[in-house]
Structures are given as structure tokens and as C-alpha cells.
Design a protein around this ligand. Structure first.
Ligand code: FPP
Length: 249
């Protein structure tokens, strides 16, 4: 136990972001097609949403498809798109019933029309929900998000909507895809890799990072609690020293 453990974070994270890795390996270990791993991964998504809702974690952001994932074999890309659309079909009633707002970040215009239409309907139907926000990152890349924000800031400067003196971290962040979300407190990555892979690069600046070898389809409630317990055991100083941080208890 660290000497600072009495000051550690005892509260739950407000915003958890997850890199859901390991679906392919889960399937390979069972001599199944990769898409079966993604199907099981979608079941884990449902479990994770339910976990957050039940435990009062207000924001859950899931990396479902990166800008780099377009380079995967066409059959896997189209399988993933169908899975997303089926997920919305099968889960939307439950999501809405539980007062969860559905949200997406990423380049929605690159998605096939049938997925875009489903997403649009889900966004509209759940837009007034307040208990929780489920954000799915689709065709998302952290660097692309930053470049696109920089271009928007440039346009705002050119049209006089902003002046040079207006530019601050807060203003810049308001041009990112995640404008409506607080920064994640906890990033979980399953599947054994210890990297961020272009996910929420700006937004993860002060997040606690948690990596597990568990493959995403195996990530269950107990696994989620392990990540939360690890988060609670850490002290978040945001660049300050221990004495400046008040214990939340
Ligand atoms: C990474 O595992 C996972 C993905 C690229 C897709 C994630 C998709 C889902 C969990 C299912 C659908 C999502 C929603 C929101 C319903 P990988 O394929 O890279 O695994 P590997 O590293 O073992 O090959």
C-alpha cells in the first residue's frame, strides 16, 4: 500500500473509456471466424453498458471502429457494420428505457448509409435521455479529431468568430468531437496490448490507464470491478503534490 493511500480516489469514475481489443484472438482460440469474436464482443458491450448504468457511471465511451480499421479485409469491415446496425436494432429499446443517451464520435459520413440511418434514429430517439451517455467511437482517430478541430478553429478565426486571444485549452476542446463529454477518468484496454492506439489522444491527458490481458469477449462484471478497484487505489494529483489534494472522504 502506498503511503498516500488514505488520499486515494475512493469515488467511481464519472467517465470510463474502453479500447475493446481481443475479439479476433478470442475467436481464433476457439477455431471460430473472427466475426464470431466480434459477436461475442457485442455481448460484452451490453454487459458493460448495464454495469455502468447499474453503478452510476455516467459516461461510457467505446472504441468500436478506428480510422485504421477500414484497412481490414472487406468481409470483416462489412460484418462489423452489420453487427453495429444489429446492435442498435436489438438494444435501442433497452437503451431508451434505461434513459441512456446514445452518442457517436468519429467520421460518421464514412459509414455505410444503412448504419448512418440506424445511428440517426438512435440519436434522435434518445436525445433527451439523461441518466447515462453511451458514446460509440466509429471511424474515429484521435489525431484526426485534433486536426479537424484545428481546421475548425482556423475557420472561426478567419470569419472573426474567434480572436487569437480567445484560444485556450477549453476553447480548443470545444471543437473536438467530444465537446459534450467530460474527459475520461479511466481508460480500460483489454487484449494485452499496452498502448492507446490513436484513441482520445487529447482527452486522455489525465486519465488513469488500466490494461488487462483479458480478451474483450471475456470482460465481465468481475473484470470491470477489478478495473474500478485499481482506479480507486490510485491517487490522481493532476500535476499537484499529495498535500494539495483533499481526500474525497
Ligand atoms: C478489436 O479486436 C475490436 C474491434 C476492432 C471491434 C470492436 C467491436 C465490437 C466489440 C462489437 C461491436 C461493437 C458495438 C458497439 C456493438 P480485434 O479484432 O483487433 O481483436 P484481435 O486483436 O484479437 O485480432
Amino acid at each position: 500500500m502506498s503511503p498516500d493511500s488514505d488520499l486515494s480516489t475512493k469515488v467511481l469514475p464519472t467517465h470510463v473509456a474502453i479500447i475493446m481489443d481481443g475479439n479476433g484472438r478470442w475467436a481464433k482460440k476457439r477455431f471460430m471466424p473472427r466475426l464470431e469474436g466480434h459477436r461475442q464482443g457485442a455481448k460484452s458491450v451490453r454487459r458493460a453498458v448495464e454495469f455502468c448504468r447499474r453503478n452510476g457511471i455516467k459516461y461510457l465511451t467505446l472504441y468500436a471502429f478506428s480510422t485504421e480499421n477500414w484497412l481490414r479485409p472487406e468481409s470483416e469491415v462489412s460484418g462489423l457494420m452489420k453487427l453495429l446496425s444489429q446492435f442498435i436494432d436489438s438494444e435501442l429499446d433497452e437503451i431508451h428505457k434505461n434513459d441512456i443517451k446514445f452518442n457517436i464520435i468519429g467520421e460518421a459520413d464514412r459509414l455505410p448509409t444503412f448504419v448512418r440511418n440506424k445511428i440517426q434514429a438512435a440519436l434522435e430517439r434518445t436525445s433527451n435521455n439523461r441518466t447515462m451517455v453511451l458514446t460509440v467511437a466509429l471511424s474515429y482517430g484521435g489525431r484526426q479529431d485534433i486536426v479537424s478541430a484545428a481546421l475548425k478553429v482556423h475557420d472561426a478565426l478567419m470569419t472573426g468568430k474567434l480572436t487569437r486571444e480567445d484560444i485556450s485549452e477549453g476553447i480548443f476542446a470545444s471543437y473536438l468531437n467530444t465537446v459534450s463529454l467530460p474527459d475520461p477518468d479511466l481508460l480500460i484496454r483489454t487484449g494485452g496490448e499496452i498502448r492507446i492506439s490513436n484513441f482520445l489522444l487529447w482527452q486522455l491527458a489525465y486519465a488513469e490507464l488500466y490494461f488487462t490481458d483479458q480478451l474483450w469477449p471475456d470482460f465481465d462484471e468481475q473484470s470491470f470491478w477489478r478495473a474500478i478497484d485499481e482506479f480507486r487505489s490510485r491517487q490522481r494529483r493532476f500535476g499537484k503534490i499529495s498535500e494539495q489534494i483533499k481526500s474525497p472522504l
